[in-house]
Design a protein. Structure first.
Length: 283
């Protein structure tokens, strides 16, 4: 199984679990219809846990993010179990709101770490891809995505899909974060409108995926990400370390949210196109 398919499957398995959990908290589904979203489920027993145990850690052990993912996934299940206990006991939402927020935050970190593993694995394949980029425009896009300029070019607006947009933001944000280490002296930040992801949102996302509400949310979060990144650079250049650190932390959180929203859009598109398997992958 290829890197993108393998990790894409793991990411979508987790998102399916989270969507069911959220539906349960809203009263749209019952625990009887969600047998794998249950109290006291061990992290190894859910489909993402099985994938991590049987495939993920072994196949991607060279990537630090996979080991972080194991720990965050355990925390996610601990928090989800505490949340489910209160929800199924009929407690008022005000009693478990904080637990729900913790679960959502950990879920975003899981999606981000899965994307980090995917990105790292694809980066290691760059010599292979370099030989293939002459074959067709889509593979030439991959070359630009991982090795080319930071801005989107006209043909990218046509062939970029959600998955590439997600990986493009991961690469771009990692390069930006590296530049923060030198007090922002090397940092160059395009505006939200002309960076590659911003171009994709307006030229592709709004036109092709307007039925998915998360597109508008993505546009807003992406603009906030740029604002916080710009603030980080300004504070670094002024040598205001504490202010820069706060802005930097907010930038990281918004970057995770961008990755999460792109993943959720991709997940919903797969469901709309009836491409997501309806049966369990394991067991």
């Amino acid at each position: 199984m290829g890197v993108r398919l393998d990790l894409g499957m793991a990411r979508n398995l987790h998102l399916a679990w989270e969507m069911d959990l959220e539906a349960l908290t809203r009263g749209e589904k019952s625990s009887e219809t969600l047998p794998y979203t249950r109290i006291h489920q061990q992290w190894e027993d859910c489909e993402l846990g099985l994938w991590l145990h049987e495939t993920g850690v072994r196949q991607y052990e060279a990537h630090d993010a996979i080991h972080q993912l194991v720990q965050v996934h355990k925390q996610f299940h601990q928090k989800a179990d505490a949340l489910l206990t209160q929800v199924l006991a009929g407690h008022h939402p005000g009693a478990w709101k904080n637990k729900f927020d913790e679960v959502r935050s950990l879920s975003r970190e899981i999606v981000f770490l899965l994307t980090a593993v995917e990105f790292g694995a694809l980066e290691k394949q760059r010599p292979i891809r370099r030989e293939l980029t002459q074959l067709n425009p889509l593979q030439n896009l991959i070359k630009r995505l991982f090795e080319g300029p930071s801005r989107a070019v006209e043909q990218d607006q046509v062939c970029l899909d959600v998955s590439y947009a997600r990986l493009m933001h991961m690469r771009w944000s990692q390069d930006l974060i590296k530049s923060f280490r030198h007090w922002g002296q090397d940092a160059h930040l395009d505006s939200a409108e002309i960076c590659a992801l911003g171009v994709w949102i307006h030229a592709v996302g709004f036109k092709k995926f307007s039925e998915i509400s998360e597109i508008k949310m993505l546009d807003k979060v992406h603009k906030n990400f740029h604002e916080k990144a710009e603030k980080t650079i300004r504070e670094l250049q002024k040598k205001h370390a504490d202010d820069a650190q706060r802005a930097y932390n907010e930038t990281l959180e918004l970057s995770q949210e961008v990755i999460y929203l792109l993943s959720l859009i991709e997940y919903k598109l797969l469901n709309l196109n009836a491409c997501t398997p309806t049966v369990q992958v394991f067991g």
